[in-house]
Design a protein around this ligand. Sequence first.
Ligand code: FES
Length: 293
Amino acid sequence: MAQASSSSPSFGCTSRSFATNSHDILNTHRHSPKNNWETPFDFTPENYERVAEVLAKFPTNYKQSACIPLLDLAQQQNDGWLSLNAMNRVAEIIEVPPIRVYEVATFYTMFNRSPIGKYHIMVCGTTPCMLCGSRSISSAIKDHLKIDYGQTTSDGLFTLGEMECMGSCVNAPMIAVADYTGGAQSFSYNYYEDLTPADAVKILEDLKGGKKPKVGSQYRDFAMPAGQVQGGKWTAASNKAGLTLAFEASGGKVPGPYCRNLDEPAEGGESKSAPPPPPPPPPPSKEGAKAKA
Ligand code: FES
């Protein structure tokens, strides 16, 4: 079984682990054999074309606006983390002091400041996911990989982190996986939703085996069919459990259309769209105002 390795100091405490593997412990840089002034970084010719595309989106006197997309590109090229010189190169390109780039890279949890695994597994731990079983998801992943939050498997394949809400609460619980196996050219950041613990483990095994697990909800393609993960398994809602009337009437198919055109007359009536308001009256001329006075 894979043994855990961690680049994060524990400081002898067992407090809650945070999202990623370095910057959330201490936002400081310490030279290491893999990350120091001598560690080389420069964008590849292929990625310099992407750099040019990113810069072209901003006025030439606002190059600093490209900071986040360029850090993201650097991270994708650099196996999922930002070395000191990766940040310095971005600072040179956008013509700002390096500290301005360090501030950004150490603030956002999607930037990693030390080496991570090929797959960065992020478990959502915020309330809706927690209520739907995210703790059983994280336990299953920890047990399977034999690592804790902030740690990387010894084969260098998986790093585990916890994230706050990733905006997919309707399909809770969920995880996100950043895939750094192919650099910037094949990078992906996918959500896997409506997870049972068994689903989470299968996703890990599929990734390890070079397969592409199903992205998104594991049980539905739209907001329907209704159901949820309960007690560690997916439970589809029965009619008695509260399917909507429209869904029931459609015989289990996703009904549509979802919205009608509000500019068209409602069935059996006139358009409910309000006519445009009349233009405001012109302001009185100075002569007119004087005459009134
Ligand atoms: S709480 Fe998990 S995605 Fe929102």
